[in-house]
Design a protein around this ligand. Structure first.
Ligand SMILES: Nc1ncnc2c1ncn2[C@@H]1O[C@H](COP(=O)(O)OP(=O)(O)OP(=O)(O)O)[C@@H](O)[C@H]1O
Ligand SMILES: [Mg+2]
Length: 256
């Protein structure tokens, strides 16, 4: 469904590419996790999928079609995006934030409101209490839920999620991970999910791409990464995760 071919982004000619010749295919309905340390190019890769960043070389195809053949704004109406910085509009209410894409698509007001209420309920926020609030009146976790609702609003087949739970405390993160699993079971989506948390990757990902310095060391299901790591880097990462998982106290400390 999503094909990356030799995808490369070099912001400045003096520096090495931030995303360096990445080719991979993401299947319809798959939850595909990009896992890697800060600065390895995850956000840049994600933003090339919905054309917020143009590649230096290579291409992105969705259902066989080069994304450059579709105007960026039109493309993005069909791809839900949860930004790393949440990015709710402060001057719009919760309901208006959620309804941005439906509004662009010309949905009547009544239908927009119904959809916003439905999504708030799905994400565990009482619509009567929250729909007319402004983002400044919400906690970080509540804002994050609204950002997820906004991404889901027009029921796009593809969802891009850039470290959506990274800023949350461990309990809330756990809760929202479960909610995402529940949502995914209810509404079939192709999800590209960025994280630097290996346990989150294991929990959510059908497959995981381990990224390092703009390249991918290995793509595979958790058991493949654990059972047959392709590089010393992946091997060391899996060894650390296994050690942490065996010591719940240490795991909880690092997750918090
Ligand atoms: N517009 C830009 N101009 C120049 N360099 C950039 C630009 N955007 C990102 N970079 C650089 O590209 C590299 C990768 O950035 P990116 O945001 O993709 O990383 P990331 O993996 O998402 O990191 P994090 O986990 O911290 O969000 C970084 O070194 C960053 O400084
Ligand atoms: Mg990022």
């Amino acid at each position: 469904m999503i094909d990356l071919r030799h995808l490369t982004k070099q912001f400045t000619t003096d520096d090495p590419p931030v995303v360096d010749d990445i080719s991979l295919s993401i299947a319809r309905g798959e939850t595909f996790v990009l896992l890697g340390a800060s600065g390895c190019g995850k956000t840049t890769l994600l933003r090339m999928i919905n054309r917020l960043i143009d590649p230096t070389r290579g291409e992105v195809r969705i259902n066989g079609r080069d994304v450059r053949s579709v105007p960026g704004p039109v493309l993005r109406r069909g791809i839900g995006f949860v930004r790393q910085d949440i990015g709710l509009f402060p001057h719009l209410s919760v309901q208006e934030n959620i309804a941005i894409v439906p509004r662009l698509l010309g949905w009547p007001a009544r239908r927009r409101q119904e959809r916003a209420y439905e999504l708030l309920s799905l994400l565990g926020l009482d619509p009567d209490a929250y729909a007319s609030r402004y983002p400044s009146g919400l906690s970080g976790g509540q804002q994050q839920r609204v950002a997820i609702a906004r991404a889901l609003a027009a029921d796009p087949p593809i969802l891009l999620m850039d470290e959506p739970f990274a800023a949350l405390d461990a309990i809330l993160r756990d809760q929202l991970q479960l909610e995402l699993l529940r949502i995914r079971a209810a509404v079939a989506k192709t999800i590209v999910f960025v994280t630097h948390d290996i346990f989150e990757a294991f929990r959510l990902g059908d497959r995981i791409a381990v990224m390092r310095d703009g390249r991918i060391d290995q793509v595979g299901a958790a058991r493949e990464l654990l059972g047959s790591p392709a590089t010393p880097f992946v091997e060391a990462m899996m060894a650390r995760a296994s050690a942490q998982a065996a010591l719940p106290d240490a795991g909880e400390r690092s997750a918090g």
